[in-house]
Design a protein around this ligand. Structure first.
Ligand code: NAD
Ligand code: DAU
Length: 370
């Protein structure tokens, strides 16, 4: 292939996608084709500074739109696909799993079909290096007891509608490799945190609520354990898997950083206190609150709430050379700082006006690409 390669990223306006697109632009010379439906979780304001970058081509569309995906693959001839587009929030899947089934399962199936047709007609050299990187979650493995870790051999035992839809997509990806030879690699990663995360997820929700003096809603007894990884470390792992991962292989990605939710909330309170002491926060003073921890409120548990996740990342480390570099304390401090330093982004997301912002700033482009 001559010139810079093109890479298709699906879901590149979401939390991990935005961080991945930025890293790909920074660390490769690839042209990025970013296909995103812009659901409530997609936010082009997160990519505003890339608007004039000729290496970033944003396409407003659905992974289930076969004609659109076919045209993109034919016109741009990508050397690989990073598939991140999904409905990603467990609580929403408990309310209604329809969109999860549609995007995570049906959408992935349509994307796989088009990727397969495209891959089959590639010249031998390009076909040999093409990769379909399927970005999935550790939640497909279900829940652990007090001991042990999820390995790539752990059986799929999804417990939430979200994880059931992701497990189904993992199975389709596996089947497309086994049956048709599509060169896929699947990753199952633990809980991410960092810049640009939508504040429905634990860490941004808690830190923004603390700053506003709102309750910090801890589900159940707060003893559920999650294994945390900074989004930059996850994106570095995805790039390592793309470069060095073995075709047909599954890689568990995690930074071996297990914590209870209550511990996380206390650490968030401490990190927020360091960056914005409660005594100097007028919103807290108005409410007579002296400690951020006073805002902790126990609420009814999430139905079917998985108790513990923990990843054994030895395969991805051994086969790709990847290592996480961000410690949790530093990552959390940086994340709190990022949200404090981006009040407009936060305000637009929380008020819902980021969707108006997208229409005003990208409206012509979104219309054109429909
Ligand atoms: P997110 O919800 O922040 O972003 C998802 C993106 O996908 C959004 O931009 C949305 O507009 C887009 N999208 C949704 N439906 C689409 C469709 N039909 N066509 C095109 N685009 C569509 O999610 P995230 O946290 O960035 O997660 C990205 C991927 O990583 C998901 O597949 C998720 O399952 C997986 N994952 C997430 C985590 C985590 O902790 N956030 C951990 C492991 C794996
Ligand atoms: O493990 C990877 C998964 O991590 C990803 O696949 C998902 O896309 C991502 O959303 C995340 O799922 P979780 O359900 O673990 O994340 P969430 O931030 O929703 O919740 C983290 C933990 O915190 C979980 O045990 C529920 C709890 N929680 C969450 C919220 C939003 C609370 O106690 N209170 C809350 O308000």
């Amino acid at each position: 292939m001559t010139g810079s390669p093109c890479l298709l990223v699906t879901g590149g306006a979401g939390f991990i996608g935005v961080n991945l697109v930025r890293r790909l632009l920074r660390e490769t010379d690839a042209l990025i084709l970013n296909l995103d439906k812009l659901t409530y979780a997609g936010n082009l304001e997160s990519l505003a500074d890339l608007a004039g970058d000729p290496r970033h081509n944003f396409i407003h569309g659905d992974i289930a739109d076969r004609e659109l995906v076919r045209k993109l693959l034919t016109d741009h001839q990508p050397a690989g696909i990073f598939h991140l587009a999904a409905e990603s929030h467990v609580d929403r899947s408990i309310e209604d799993a329809g969109d999860f089934l549609q995007t995570n399962v049906v959408g992935t199936y349509h994307l796989l079909q088009e990727a397969l047709a495209y891959w089959k007609q590639l010249p031998a050299q390009q076909a040999a290096t093409f990769r379909f990187i399927h970005v999935s979650t550790d939640e497909v493995y279900g829940s652990l007891g007090q001991d042990g870790f999820f390995t790539e051999e752990s059986p799929a035992r999804p417990n939430s509608p979200y994880s059931a839809s992701k497990a189904a997509s993992d199975h389709f990806v596996r089947a497309f490799h086994h049956t048709y030879g599509l060169p896929v690699v699947t990753t199952n990663c633990s809980n991410n945190y960092g810049p640009y995360q939508f504040p429905e997820k634990l860490i941004p929700l808690m830190l923004l609520n603390a700053l506003d003096g709102k309750p910090l809603p801890v589900y159940g007894d707060g003893g559920n354990v999650r294994d945390w990884i900074h989004v930059e470390d996850h994106c570095a792992a995805l790039m390592a898997v793309w470069r060095y991962g073995r075709v047909g292989q599954v890689y568990n990605i995690g930074a071996a950083d297990e914590r209870t939710n209550l511990d996380i909330v206390h650490q968030i309170c401490a990190a927020v206190e360091r960056e914005m002491p409660v005594a100097k926060n007028p919103r807290l003073a108005q409410k007579g609150i002296r400690n951020y921890t006073d805002l902790i409120t126990y609420v009814p548990d999430r139905p079917g709430h998985d108790r513990r996740y923990a990843i054994d990342p030895s395969r991805v480390k051994a086969q790709t050379g990847w290592q996480p570099v961000m410690g949790f304390a530093d990552g959390l401090r940086q994340t709190v700082r990022w949200y404090l330093d981006h009040p407009d982004w936060v305000e637009h997301v929380r008020s819902g006006t980021y969707q108006d912002w997208m229409k005003q700033n990208y409206g012509w482009r979104l219309e054109e690409k429909k």
